[in-house]
Design a binder for this molecule. Structure first.
Ligand code: NZQ
Ligand code: ZN
Length: 383
């Protein structure tokens, strides 16, 4: 039977890309807005973004909130929520990587909610409205600058979780590749892998004759594979601008419209960060190849298509394609096991499996029918 596409896609984020992208900022943030400027630990002061934002918004009412940590915590973000209420702010501008943008999205929702902010993250409190958010992105990875997702960690609960709402898609995003120059290699590699896995999660299921969606995803993954091969060029603006655009396209929502998706790698990955503080991109390189081997029969046809069209393999079998993905990750210096990531906890498998069970993630099914035994086998293999 024909798989019928059915979707409702609206992406309202205006993207300003390139060296002059910041020149529009003063107009994009409404003149009368009372702005909360959110950022992390200070990288924006080293790459020029902070000075350019301050110059562009010198005529605006603006209050700063610094210190949003990687994998932003509810505890930190709730202090920003209090500041928004106290100063009666009505526009959130995020300047930084995915963590800062996600943090801004949470604050935009929580500012108008009197209850416990975790209700928003857990989905108990559906989000229908939020303060407007704008983003100046300084790390190419998550696509958060133009999607409706945000990931927040509750330190008290030792849980990291994503939530989604149309209302949190940023109004605009500035993508200036020059800001990426100050990124360490580790973040460039993390970003490349994160973007690649985003495309995989929307593509690596089973064929549904989705000519446009497959083509989009393959173009993005092919670009990322080429960037991995050309990793020696990573300090050139040409390489950086391609990474920035590929990462945006991988998770702005367009690749996955109307097709089956499987976010198993991401859903499990949050536990590794919550438990061991491993960078998001690195949790993916550890988990994805193992998970693909575990679900290989359900994904065989798409894996082989990926091998032909993205990795240029001639008549590959699915096993070869997973090997090619692993080789790419290794080339980037990414970990393929917890050991590679420096986790030496002898009880790691039991700890991770207990967390997955507690959060209802040990047997979430999906098209590959992932059950508790498969999850347990896969987790033991990464340990
Ligand atoms: O603290 P700052 O100064 O911001 O430093 C950051 C941070 O230490 C630094 N950095 C950012 N831009 C820099 C820079 N350092 C030098 N030069 C620059 N230009 O890099 C470090 C990591 O930043 P972070 O924002 O945490 O990285 P990323 O963009 O990878 O975001 C990761 C977060 O996004 C979530 C992840 O789970 C994680 O919490 N994700 C969000 C998604 C979404 N909203 O759609 C989807 C993803 O799958 C992902 O889950
Ligand atoms: Zn991701």
């Amino acid at each position: 039977m024909t798989h019928q596409f059915q979707f409702n896609y609206f992406n309202p984020t205006r993207l300003l890309f390139g060296p002059e992208a910041m020149s529009a900022l003063a107009v994009l943030v409404p003149k009368q807005a009372r702005v909360l400027l959110m950022y992390g630990s200070g990288s924006i002061r080293r790459n020029g973004a902070y000075d350019e934002v301050m110059a562009a918004l010198s005529g605006h009412a603006l209050v700063e909130f610094a210190g949003v940590e990687p994998n932003p915590s509810l505890e930190t973000l709730d202090r920003a929520v209090a500041l928004v209420r106290q100063e009666q702010l009505d526009f959130i501008l995020a300047v930084g990587g995915g963590s800062v943008v996600d943090g801004a999205k949470y604050v935009a929702c929580a500012a108008g909610y009197a209850g416990d902010g975790w209700d928003i993250v857990s989905g108990r409190q559906p989000v229908t409205e939020a303060l407007p958010v704008g983003a100046v992105i300084t790390l190419a990875a998550t696509g958060s600058e133009s999607n409706g997702g945000a990931v927040v960690t509750s330190l008290a609960r030792q849980q990291k979780k994503a939530f989604f709402a149309e209302a949190i898609r940023p109004r605009f995003a500035v993508l200036k590749p020059q800001y990426l120059v100050s990124l360490p290699d580790r973040q460039l590699a993390n970003g490349l892998v994160d973007a690649f896995v985003h495309a995989c999660e929307q593509y690596l299921t089973y064929p549904v004759d989705a000519l446009v969606q497959d083509g989009h995803a393959e173009a993005v993954m092919r670009a990322l594979r080429l960037l991995a091969e050309r990793y020696d060029e990573r300090r050139s603006l040409g390489w950086l601008q391609n990474l920035m655009w590929a990462a945006n396209q991988a998770l702005c929502g367009i690749l996955g419209v109307g097709v089956p998706q499987d976010w198993a790698t991401h859903r499990i990955a949050v536990e590794l960060t919550a438990l061991y503080g491993i960078d998001h991109g690195r949790t993916l390189s550890i988990l994805q190849p193992r998970l693909l081997r575990e679900t290989i029969e359900a994904k065989r046809a798409k894996l082989e298509q990926l091998g032909r069209r993205v990795f240029d393999l001639v008549d590959p079998c699915a096993e070869d394609v997973i090997d090619a993905i692993e080789t790419m990750y290794r080339r980037l210096g990414m970990p393929l096991s917890l050991d590679d990531a420096g986790v030496t906890d002898g009880e790691a498998a039991a700890t991770i499996l207990a967390a997955l069970r507690a959060h209802g993630l040990d047997a979430f099914g999906g098209h590959a029918g992932i059950d508790a035994a498969m999850t347990a086998r896969m987790i033991r293999r990464i340990c």
